[in-house]
Ligand binder design. Structure first.
Ligand code: PXG
Length: 286
């Protein structure tokens, strides 16, 4: 069935949902976006996603031509119009149509569109058995170049690392910052467990402030597990007891091999499994 796409104020058929070739979102990757889950018809952590969208927009001096509440309503409306029960929303704000030059202030009006669809998950067996990852040679964007907290339409930094993963026959790559500390994966935040304590890089290490990350930290603390934000090195990853990634697409997924080193006993560890279960329960409102 053809999707209904929310585009600049109205729902249109998928075939009519078109953006100009002069849109700076396309010409320069000038824009921001959010990827959001729907569980049981309920939009997951919508307020947090809307807040991050507006923060990203503010950071690149993009004025979203709607109030946050209007964007929320549009998201809900798109979910309902497509009868989404469990799915995935892509909410995008582009700089809009402009001239062939970088100047964003020549663009007339930002475009807002919302897609509500199914999501392509990692193969189910990856969740049961855990995934293998590699360290990318591509360094995460320098915070003074393009702050990694901005969820912008320019994902080339992450895509270059993703290509390294695919070339190495694994699904994900770990990215390090310009100082050599662990930042995140290409579309997920990273956590390790060592002697019963959970560690994750601080956002300043060059990570997106993940919404799944925040939920998982809260769930872990509720279980009485200590969580520390700390700079991590490649060595810390190699010797950890458990490793897992979090993200809207991935949810919580165990990592069982990094650069050919087996993590733990080669299966997702007990804390990873517990948090994966707790996340599922939380997301499904249990
Ligand atoms: N880091 C980066 C660079 C991301 O893009 C995350 C961390 C996790 O953040 P959230 O808020 O989702 O927990 C992301 C999010 C996709 C896709 O299509 C990617 C993300 C989200 C949804 C879909 O690959 N990345």
């Amino acid at each position: 069935m053809a999707l209904k796409i929310w585009l600049d104020g109205r729902l249109v058929d998928e075939s009519e949902a078109k953006i100009s070739v002069f849109d700076h979102g396309l010409l320069y990757g000038d824009g921001v976006f959010e990827g959001i889950r729907v569980y049981n018809k309920k939009v997951f952590e919508l307020d947090a996603h809307i807040r991050r969208l507006y923060d990203s927009a503010r950071a690149i001096r993009l004025q979203i031509p709607m109030e946050p509440d209007q964007v929320k309503q549009a998201v809900e409306q798109t979910v309902q119009a497509n009868g989404v029960v469990d799915g995935y929303i892509r909410l995008v704000v582009t700089r809009g149509v402009g001239t062939l030059g970088l100047n964003p202030f020549n663009c007339s009006r930002p475009s807002v569109f919302i897609i509500a669809d199914k999501i392509q998950l990692y193969p189910q067996e990856t969740y049961e058995k855990g995934m293998k990852v590699i360290s990318a040679t591509t360094v995460r964007n320098h915070p003074l170049a393009l702050p990694p907290q901005i969820k912008s339409l320019n994902y080339l930094n992450n895509i270059l690392a993703k290509i390294e993963a695919i070339d190495s026959n694994v699904l994900e790559a770990i990215m390090y910052n310009y100082e050599g500390y662990v930042a995140e994966a290409t579309g997920d935040n990273i956590f390790i467990v060592r002697k019963g304590v959970i560690y994750t890089p601080p956002v300043e290490a060059g990570a997106l402030e993940g919404i799944t990350r925040a939920v998982v930290i809260r769930l872990a603390q509720k279980e009485g597990i200590q969580v520390q934000e700390k700079n991590l090195t490649r060595y810390d990853l190699y010797i950890c007891d458990e490793c897992f990634l979090t993200g809207t697409a991935a949810e919580v997924i165990g990592v069982v091999e990094i650069d050919g080193r087996t993590i733990g006993n080669g299966s997702p560890g007990p804390i990873t499994q517990l948090l994966r279960r707790r996340f599922f329960e939380y997301a499904h409102g249990q």
